[in-house]
Design a protein around this ligand. Structure first.
Ligand SMILES: [Mg+2]
Ligand SMILES: [Zn+2]
Length: 215
């Protein structure tokens, strides 16, 4: 009987080289990111925001995102925009608001790396991308090569926290926008507990940067 030799395995010379090899092939993602809700977290919640002139950034938002930029942590905005699906806003209006947001952040020395939005109405066929469903986060993770377990989700609604929990991200509730109401709701219901509650996006980012530094 012939003995079949075991296959030859080439061990890469170092673990960091092996990790790099796996990262390049998409087997191992180690890249964190911060998913940030838009309305009520970045800008003042105004219901359906369809005029660029109505966009007002919340205090400290420019500084918060600039800190993430300086640390090399991707910033991914994830936002439900059902006004599109409901026919209350057209694509050009949405893009004009997005341009205004981009310019307002650039004026403050900050930027975001990507913006994903769900255009669907909850009254239509169910989609995978309307938060609390995780489609926006999952798509971003594929596109940008993110490790979801190293990501953070910051938002003012229960749906932001639920999407984050589903994806194994750490979640932070901000008390801006609907945040105060959400806080009272989850305290009563005792579910979807965030990992941290911050008074604003800036407070959330300070916690994230501390947390990444020590984990
Ligand atoms: Mg919101
Ligand atoms: Zn959708």
């Amino acid at each position: 009987m012939r003995k079949i030799p075991p296959p030859l395995l080439m061990m890469r010379s170092s673990l960091s080289e092996l990790r790099h090899f796996l990262e390049q092939r998409g087997v191992l993602h180690t890249r964190p990111a911060v998913f940030v809700d838009r309305d009520g977290t970045i800008n003042v919640e105004k219901g359906y925001l369809r005029r660029p002139g109505d966009l007002v950034l919340l205090p400290g938002v420019g500084e918060a995102l600039a800190q993430l930029n300086a640390h090399g942590i991707p910033v991914v905005i994830v936002t439900n925009q059902s006004a599109l699906g409901r026919g209350l806003m057209d694509q050009a209006e949405f893009e004009a608001v997005s341009d205004a947001l981009w310019r307002a952040l650039r004026e403050r020395g900050a930027y975001y790396d990507a913006l994903y939005y769900c255009p669907h109405s909850p009254d239509g066929l169910p989609c995978d991308c309307r938060k609390p469903r995780p489609g926006l986060l999952l798509q971003a993770a594929v596109d940008l090569g993110l490790s979801l377990s190293r990501c953070f989700v910051v938002g003012d609604k229960r749906s932001d926290l639920e999407a984050g929990h589903f994806c194994g991200c750490q979640t932070i509730l901000v008390l801006t926008g609907w945040g105060q109401r959400t806080y009272e709701e989850i305290m009563r219901a005792g579910d979807v507990q965030p990992n941290y509650v911050a008074d604003s996006l800036l407070g959330a980012v300070r916690w994230i940067i501390d947390h990444l530094g020590t984990s």
